[in-house]
Design a protein around this ligand. Structure first.
Ligand code: SF4
Length: 385
């Protein structure tokens, strides 16, 4: 396919168009970032043009890597990949419940760039940069704000807080996308965390395997495997169209280097809010040895009401998938409650009644089946409720 050329801008959207396609730094630096570039690459709708105009002037920045562009339908604004990355005029609309900081991260910042909302976990914001900017991003208030990757010196207060608070056993390194940082910086960060031997795990939250899979190379995998004893990778595929050959290679390389890889998907209107789409996604991930971990109810991010679904949509999808999909392919449906009150699992009601140790459970076929508790070992209390 030849490059799509318009208004003097040459847009590369196919590996054959550039000898540097497999160079992740080229992918990052060649991302579309403006209305003019979007206009050259896609047949924009009026809604998208208005959204991009607003994003350029005052909103959350635009970035779409050539790899991601190659997955987008050039003509169709309802393309599920396009809806994730191309701005919409609806971003200007606030709906009831919208919040600038939906998870209360600023209120729970215990040191610069360190958020602690749970007793045993902390979130380290290592950079504000991403290869792409997802229009529904929970941290749209700060990603792409120009701060760039945080140096170890800038993170030192965060490290010292972790050293004083050893009840924290897991650090989630996020941002921004930490894997868009240079490999040397990632290594130094992991080695610094590796010195805290009371930590059970370091989790890397990244969309790189999806949006810039060229980033996952053998050197990076070795650094992730060797700079810290227990790194888990949490990636973020939302739609089966994102299961490209290049993403497959990236995930296989991570897993083959001994790194556990899990996926969280965000439930998004017009992207993946139906059981068949998610079934195809989860089956594809399992084939790649990537465990579907969470299906997240979209956070109440300001200006994303057009992309969010009612709670009932997720519950209906889980009802349809339960029993149809193996347990290893079925993620938990989670709502991260507004203002940072924590994650709550949600889903179809499966306990219909409970009385006197008898519980009536609803199966995936809709049958009601009783389960009896075992007799109590306490003779004074033979049938506990
Ligand atoms: S890659 Fe992650 S942090 Fe970056 S914009 Fe997308 S959702 Fe937000």
């Amino acid at each position: 396919m030849p490059p799509f050329v318009s208004r003097g801008l040459e847009i590369v959207r196919d590996p054959a168009d550039s000898p540097r396609w497999d160079d992740w730094r080229w992918q990052a630096s060649s991302a579309l970032r403006s209305l003019a570039e979007l206009d050259a690459a896609l047949r924009l709708s009026d809604d998208e043009r208005a959204g991009a105009t607003r994003a350029e002037a005052e909103g959350f920045p635009i970035a779409i890597t050539p790899h991601t562009l190659s997955l987008i339908d050039r003509e169709d604004p309802s393309c599920p990949i396009r809806r994730q990355f191309v701005p919409s005029a609806a971003e200007a609309i606030e709906v009831p419940g919208d919040l600038r900081d939906p998870l209360g991260e600023e209120a729970n910042e215990v040191a610069p760039n360190l958020v602690c909302r749970y007793p045993d976990r902390a979130l380290l914001l290592a950079t504000d940069r991403c290869a792409v900017y997802c229009r529904f991003c929970t941290r749209s208030r700060m990603v792409g704000d120009g701060g760039g990757p945080r140096s170890l010196a800038k993170l030192e207060e965060a490290f010292q807080w972790l050293e004083r608070n050893r009840q924290v056993r897991e650090v989630i390194v996020s941002g921004g996308d930490p894997l868009v940082m240079g490999t040397g910086r990632i290594r130094r960060l992991l080695e610094r965390l590796g010195a805290m031997d009371w930590l059970d795990t370091v989790r890397i939250a990244t969309r790189a395997p999806v949006t810039i899979p060229q980033r996952i190379d053998a050197e990076l995998c070795r650094v992730l495997r060797e700079s810290h004893p227990s790194v888990w990778v949490m990636t973020h595929f939302n739609h089966p169209k994102e299961l490209s050959e290049a993403s497959h290679r990236a995930c296989a390389m991570l897993v083959d280097h001994g790194l556990p890889v899990m996926n969280q998907s965000v439930l998004l209107r017009g992207v993946n809010d139906d059981p068949d789409t998610l079934e195809a996604l989860f089956r594809g991930l399992v084939r790649w040895r990537v465990r579907p971990y969470y299906l997240l109810q979209a956070d109440v991010v300001r200006g994303t009401g057009h992309l969010r679904t009612p709670i009932s949509t997720g519950i209906h999808i889980m009802e349809r998938l339960q029993g149809r999909l193996s347990g290893i392919a079925l993620p938990k449906l989670i709502c991260d409650t507004p203002n940072g009150r924590g994650k709550v699992p949600i889903g179809p009601a499966t306990i219909v009644a409970s009385e006197g140790g008898r519980h009536t459970l609803k199966t995936f076929r809709g049958e009601e089946v009783d389960y009896l508790d075992p007799p109590s070992p306490d003779p004074e209390d033979p049938a506990p409720a």
